[in-house]
Write a protein that binds this ligand. Structure first.
Ligand SMILES: [Zn+2]
Length: 291
């Protein structure tokens, strides 16, 4: 099954839902960034959240960035998606090694930290991007995203995110869902939905049984008149370019660039998201200075 994300409604449009399979995205990210298992789990959850949240972007060129910065050894992690669910991300410290938590699971909250913040930045092509900021409430990421939705967007939401890592540290599966109550949702439905969500196994358990995002929403929302309205592929894709790196260098300022020319006679920049390297010779840098 290829990575993909689906959009759905239920209960006559008073429930909105998204679900995604991001197994390949997280597998590729692990290889690219040499992620230790707990870092795979943390970044995988954030990448999945970005894929899910990208589905409510309205404009073709809109992007969403999720930035999580905590006081744990992971340092922080970041994921960016465009409106077509092309996602990219990285963690500050990919080789964090922590013992399993008391439930025998990867200690994502321990790696992220329980003190810190989560930023959601929506760039919708306006002069200023929308920035939602919340303090971390758990560090497990799904709860933090749910809190962001409730606090910043005033949308009550259930968020599940999971990454299943094999003994050899490869990624067995990764995915997630967001279920949201829209204005007009009836109290009775809210109660029934809560019961349903609490009774459903973890997303990684469902995926290990071969359940697709479609199956998972059917399990949770089937009784509420699920209507799957769209499906799209999602993939790991960086949009860095030499042009962008030139702009980054220019943002250092001309005196700083002249200093680099004098000290290093050139520069190498590396994209944090995809690790691509860009070389700039002394002549290249002089051209930038003289632009
Ligand atoms: Zn890149």
């Amino acid at each position: 099954m290829h990575d993909h994300v689906i959009r759905a409604t239920a209960a006559g449009g008073t429930i909105r839902a998204f679900a995604a399979d991001t197994t390949h995205i997280v597998g590729q990210s692990r290889a690219l960034h040499r992620l230790a298992p707990v870092a795979s789990a943390a970044l995988g959850r954030t990448l999945t959240a970005a894929v899910l949240m990208s589905q409510s972007l309205k404009g073709e060129k809109d992007t969403i960035t999720i930035q999580i910065k905590g006081d744990g050894p992971l340092g922080g992690n970041i994921a960016v998606s465009d409106s077509h669910a092309n996602v990219r991300g990285y963690v500050y410290n990919p080789d964090v090694d922590l013992p399993l938590n008391i439930n025998g699971k990867f200690d994502v909250a321990g790696a992220v930290g329980r003190e810190g913040y989560l930023n959601v930045i929506k760039d919708m092509g306006l002069k200023e991007p929308y920035i939602g900021y919340v303090r971390l409430v758990s560090g497990e990421i799904a709860e933090d995203i749910a809190y962001y939705y409730a606090f910043s967007e005033q949308v009550p939401s259930v968020v599940a995110l999971g990454v299943l890592v094999d003994r050899d540290e490869s990624i067995l599966n990764s995915g997630g869902y967001v279920i949201q109550l829209m204005p007009g949702a009836e109290e009775e439905i809210i109660g029934q939905l809560e019961d349903k969500v609490n009774a459903v196994p973890a997303i990684t358990t469902l995926m290990a049984e071969g359940k697709t995002p479609e199956d998972i929403l059917q399990i949770i929302l089937g009784d509420f008149g699920l209507n799957i309205s769209g499906s799209a592929p999602c993939r790991l894709l960086c949009n860095c370019s030499r042009d962008r790196m030139e702009r980054n260098l220019l943002s250092l300022g001309k005196s700083e660039l002249l200093q680099i020319i004098e000290d290093q006679h050139g520069a190498e920049t590396q994209c944090h998201f995809c690790n691509n390297k860009y070389q700039f010779s002394e002549e290249d840098l002089m051209k930038l200075v003289n632009e």
